[in-house]
Design a binder for this molecule. Structure first.
Ligand code: AMP
Ligand code: ZN
Length: 135
């Protein structure tokens, strides 16, 4: 993909701070870290979202994510981390090349999870039906 910033990083046209590389995956530090050590895990092939990812490549990214998350936890000496992945603009996906965020977490970082709602009477069942019909 010609104008994709992550494809340019993968081709070496734009620099990155590399953490890990194998034949299918590149991982590098996010340029705007939520916390220090925030790492992106990216397939070398261009696919836009989770729904576009071939299953075997997805498995390769998941395996690399586990390995790198362990190293982020140990290397950054943190007690936990978030693994986040956004799909489509409405979700906050800015770079349209599939990627996984590994964000080291600190007890003191003050980050909050999103707020949660409630289902009304019978609403959960109806909601589940809509999803199950599309499976
Ligand atoms: P997302 O909202 O999931 O699409 O996040 C894209 C992430 O890519 C953001 O956290 C950016 O800080 C990060 N990013 C954008 N350009 C670069 C770059 N050149 N090197 C490293 N990270 C980048
Ligand atoms: Zn790309």
């Amino acid at each position: 993909m010609e104008n994709c910033i992550f494809c340019k990083i993968i081709k070496g046209e734009i620099p990155c701070t590399k953490i890990y590389e194998d034949s299918k995956v590149l991982a590098f530090l996010d340029i705007g870290p939520v916390n220090k050590g925030h790492t992106l895990v990216v397939p070398k092939e261009h696919h836009e979202t989770l729904l576009d990812m071939p299953d075997d490549l997805l498995a390769g990214v998941a395996k690399a994510t586990k390995k790198i998350a362990k190293a982020v936890k140990e290397g950054m000496k943190v007690n936990g981390f978030n693994v986040l992945q956004s799909n489509y603009r409405v979700s906050g996906q800015i770079v349209p090349h599939y990627h996984v965020h590994i964000i080291p977490r600190l007890e003191t970082d003050g980050l909050k999870h999103w707020s949660q709602g409630k289902y009304g009477d019978g609403e959960a069942e109806g909601t589940a039906e809509k999803i199950k019909k599309a499976l």
